[in-house]
Design a protein around this ligand. Sequence first.
Ligand code: FUL
Length: 494
Amino acid sequence: MIFRSFIVAGLLACGFVHSALAEVNPPEPVYPIPSERQLAWHALEYYGFFHFTINTFTDKEWGYGDENPEEFNPTACDPRQWVEIAKEVGMKAVIPTCKHHDGFCLWPSKYTEHSVKNSPYKDGKGDIVGEVARACHDLGLKFGIYLSPWDRNHPEYGRPEYIDYFRNQLRELLTQYGEVSEVWFDGANGGDGYYGGAREERRIDRATYYDWENTWAIVRELAPNAVLFSDVGPDIRWVGNEKGFAGDPCWHTYTPHPNEPGGQAAPGASNYKEGVNGHVDGEYWLPAEVDVSIRPGWFYHESQNDQVRSPENLMELYYQSVGRGACLLLNVPPDDRGLIHETDIAALRGFKTLRDATFKMDLAHDATAKASNVRGDVDTYAASNVLDDDRSTYWATDDGVTSGSITVDFGKETTFDHVVLQEYIELGQRILRFSVDAYSGGQWRTIAEGESIGWKRILRTDPVTAEKVRFNVLEAKACPTLSSLSIYAGPDVK
Ligand code: FUL
């Protein structure tokens, strides 16, 4: 192989082979790199959470576990409506809370009586999880599951028997409802609860109790394409806050650390605040998911109907999550009728209108692009690859060239206020520092700077009118890649 490259290089130098025809190896990956399932997850960008359980009817956030299933009584429940709305507003997946901390199951699990089967809903014949899953599969959305590890209803919680129960439920959910794309394990676990009538405090060792390695293995076996979420991954990490923002920078790479010296990092026992930025030299590919609610609470409360986030606020969350390379998991809790509330629908639609208005037309699409260096001087890695609609083509430089630039020429003065960048992350997150310049009136000036790019970086600028834009890689771990550069004029730019 080395010998062949040597000959090709020699022929190139002598001008015997036209550069565009020569075969040049792609850059070596910079590890860690994403798995196939992680790559599919990155592409989702925006998806929905549905918090729904007896809490919806008792006006609580955390049920104690002693609730009567009779209280679960939605009068007009329509899980298909939830999924239809999600699809309409651009979400690519949804995750219902199949069982929250109170232990009530939205599906008729054969391992407990504490479920929909003993509720008035469809006279005990209902299965909310099944209805959501079916709607997802019909409408082409991915379907994920939230299964709370903590169970304040179960008599054996805190003892080994509960782990069998928990795993049996996981198996039910992974085998009865078709393809599952994400499994969400909450870090909140252990504490006081009903526990079959004991009404006591039960502390667990969060690092060992759930034997996570073997619990995760069930997901790998039954849903090999599903990503596993928790404070520590293993596929995607909690961003470390529930306020709706990733850090700047936000690295896809991360090393989960324990929350106390000498401890073991585990869901609910990690130094989760590090998740907001990640680690530039993190050991694992563990990108951030930003989970946040459209309302102050995770569950529906009538008293919060006037506190639903506005479209503008949701747009801010989008910039602070998707715009920093994370995915946005937006909770929209169905109300006590079992429907997404009108106010929430209006906010979601307004948010979609704002996104569409902003990212309607890529002003760089018909521009030309030139790079300071092109790998092997071949078209395969040319700068023009960043302007096409194909994310699998990318610009790359020669080995050892860890800085460089791409100049995009509009051919005329163009006004914009957004620049969107994407690395070719299949080869790792390589760029460490970059800037963007604009050329007008015969001069270049810097309009944006940053560190992390990864799957996606959305840069907002003041309105700029320029003939050319230059993207500069200032520092990279190895020769950089860029698969996409697009430029937009948001609604504020006339
Ligand atoms: C937290 C839970 O305690 C909240 O109730 C909610 O489910 C949120 C998404 O995760 O840890």
